[in-house]
Unconditional design. Structure first.
Length: 132
């Protein structure tokens, strides 16, 4: 997606405006935005890696908890009410184990992408320096 067109207007005293100020300021703004875009890309890669890592550990935890729930349900000596309570607690544990990986995969990347889009738009903005 092409960033929308922005216009950055900087108002400075007439004595501070020089002939090459637009090009120097534009280069500095471009470098600043490129740095923050690179940081965002590293954060996305780290988020992806951590999400996969969390998915592995939470998947194993969920499998162990599901196996524990089956064992609890198959125990003939426990009353049905106790089996239900234990199964409920174990299923809650599965949700707790799966919550962080689900958040990482579904939502954690969105603010990073939004910020990267902001810097890309600012990087491609038209720069105007006015003297006051």
């Amino acid at each position: 997606r092409v960033p929308e067109s922005w216009r950055v207007i900087i108002a400075l005293p007439a004595t501070a405006v020089t002939a090459d100020l637009v090009s120097k300021t534009g280069a500095a703004l471009n470098q600043y935005c490129a740095f923050h875009i690179a940081v965002g890309e590293r954060e996305l890669a780290e988020n992806r890696f951590m999400g996969q890592r969390y998915l592995l550990t939470s998947g194993l935890t969920a499998l162990l908890l599901a196996a524990a729930a089956l064992v609890v349900l198959w125990l003939p000596t426990l009353p049905d009410i106790l089996k239900g309570i234990l199964a409920l607690w174990i299923s809650t544990g599965v949700w707790v184990a799966a919550w962080e990986p689900a958040y990482m995969v579904l939502y954690a990347w969105r603010p990073i992408r939004r910020q990267m889009h902001l810097y890309r738009s600012l990087q491609h903005a038209d720069l105007v320096i006015e003297s006051i």
